[in-house]
Write a protein that binds this ligand. Structure first.
Ligand code: FPP
Length: 257
């Protein structure tokens, strides 16, 4: 899909929301928090919160496609999440593998490309197979990119990039003085993507949790108290309207869009 098609969608969405097309973010990163609290508040088990949380992902992704957003990345499982009780981790792994199998036809229908952000080890084979197949099958698409940050840690991502560059320098493939922002960015999972414009975090915590630290340098933040399973399309529109109201200056004195 060419930039023109994204732009057409942004024009239509902007008209609906009463904003300018260039006030729609190109790259949105979401921290889906609060599944456990959502379940506990209803006397349910934590896994039921995750199950409910998974149910809204598809409609949110479709909404983002329709809005002309080019990249949507969901923080699905951090490297630190392995510390959770084994039953919860096992359930989440089962959920991701099953979810990816189920969502593929919809990704194809919506022309969505799928990407995995994160280390492969120690993800179970079923999850790796589901990730690989979804990446492969959707690679023919050229619409929005949907990224799952799964077994992801931003510091680890940066360490991996630095190690590769250090090895390249040692092997004489790159001059250490030539290592710049572009070179580091080219070795991240998001190589070739624009920086994150908007970070959305549900469930009220004011922290980044080791998420896309390099890519969010100039991102705008939107934090809502709504727990992830209740994050509706109306809530997403509130985030978009909040983003549209920001003045992005990138260190300058004048706003840029
Ligand atoms: C945070 O809730 C959420 C996660 C650990 C990520 C899991 C997200 C999902 C299962 C929903 C999306 C699903 C897919 C398939 C992408 P929490 O357990 O940290 O909640 P709490 O802070 O209230 O305990």
């Amino acid at each position: 899909m060419d930039n023109h098609s994204f732009e057409e969608k942004r024009i239509a969405t902007a008209e609906c929301l009463g904003i300018e097309p260039n006030q729609i973010p190109r790259h949105v990163a979401v921290i889906m928090d609060g599944n456990g609290r959502w379940a506990t508040e209803r006397g349910l088990k934590r896994f039921q919160g995750h199950e409910q949380g998974a149910k809204i992902v598809e409609s949110l992704a479709t909404h983002c496609v329709n809005c002309g957003i080019e990249y949507l990345v969901l923080y699905s499982f951090s490297m630190q999440n392995w510390k959770r009780p084994k039953e919860e981790v096992d359930f989440l792994m089962y959920l991701y593998a099953a979810y990816l199998e189920g969502i593929r036809p919809s990704l194809m229908d919506k022309n969505v490309q799928f990407a995995h952000l994160g280390r492969r080890e120690p993800l179970p084979q079923e999850v790796l197979d589901a990730l690989d197949k979804t990446v492969r099958v959707t690679s023919v698409n050229d619409g929005m990119t949907l990224g799952f940050a799964l077994n992801y840690g931003s510091r680890t991502e940066i360490i991996d990039a630095v190690r590769t560059l250090a090895q390249d320098a040692k092997d004489g493939k790159i001059d250490p003085q030539a290592i710049d922002e572009q070179a580091i960015g080219d070795h991240l999972y998001t190589a070739g993507w624009p920086d994150v414009d908007l970070v959305v975090r549900t469930s009220g915590e004011m922290r980044i949790s080791n998420y896309l630290l390099w890519q969010i340098s100039y991102a705008e933040f939107y934090v809502t108290d709504v727990h992830w399973p209740d994050f509706s399309l109306e809530e997403m529109n509130k985030a978009l309207l909040s983003y549209a109201s920001r003045q992005r200056r990138f260190g300058d004195t004048k706003a840029k869009k």
